[in-house]
Design a protein around this ligand. Structure first.
Ligand code: 5GP
Ligand code: ZN
Length: 121
């Protein structure tokens, strides 16, 4: 039953974290997985995800707060691995339709490698 569930209920980012779909891995620990975005919007564009399937920022709650804390702690670790991020980076998480979320597995875009200007959007 566990195997059936895993094969049929894993989203694309669950499969990337499990290594079932190949990706350019940047960082991995017990709770998190980070990989290069397939369609980069900046010179450096990394996606950081929890290994657990959490749909979006709207699903963050007391039950998964420890996982979320681990994901937040992974941000500076990922940044420290990429020399192009040493002068700074931007972190974005799109939540829901109006923000343009397309993959419903919580992810943080880590963007950098050039000056992005003061405006966020
Ligand atoms: P969203 O629009 O949901 O905030 O971001 C989803 C991101 O996932 C997009 O930037 C898109 O390029 C990226 N993406 C979608 N599918 C794949 C994939 O199979 N591999 C990788 N590396 N990135 C993906
Ligand atoms: Zn998932």
């Amino acid at each position: 039953l566990k195997r059936f569930w895993e094969e049929n209920n894993m989203c694309i980012f669950c499969k990337i974290a499990a290594g079932e779909i190949p990706s350019s891995k940047v960082y991995e620990d017990e709770f998190c997985f980070a990989f290069k975005d397939i369609n980069p919007q900046a010179p450096v564009h990394i996606l950081l995800i929890p290994k657990a399937h959490i749909e979006s920022m709207n699903e963050i709650n007391d039950d998964n707060a420890e996982i979320i804390g681990e994901v937040m702690k992974a941000i500076p670790k990922v940044a420290s691995l990429i020399p192009e991020l040493k002068d700074g980076y931007r972190v974005i998480s799109n939540c829901g339709k109006n923000a343009g979320q397309t993959v419903f597995h919580l992810h943080f875009h880590i963007l950098g490698g050039s000056e992005m200007g003061e405006k966020i959007v």
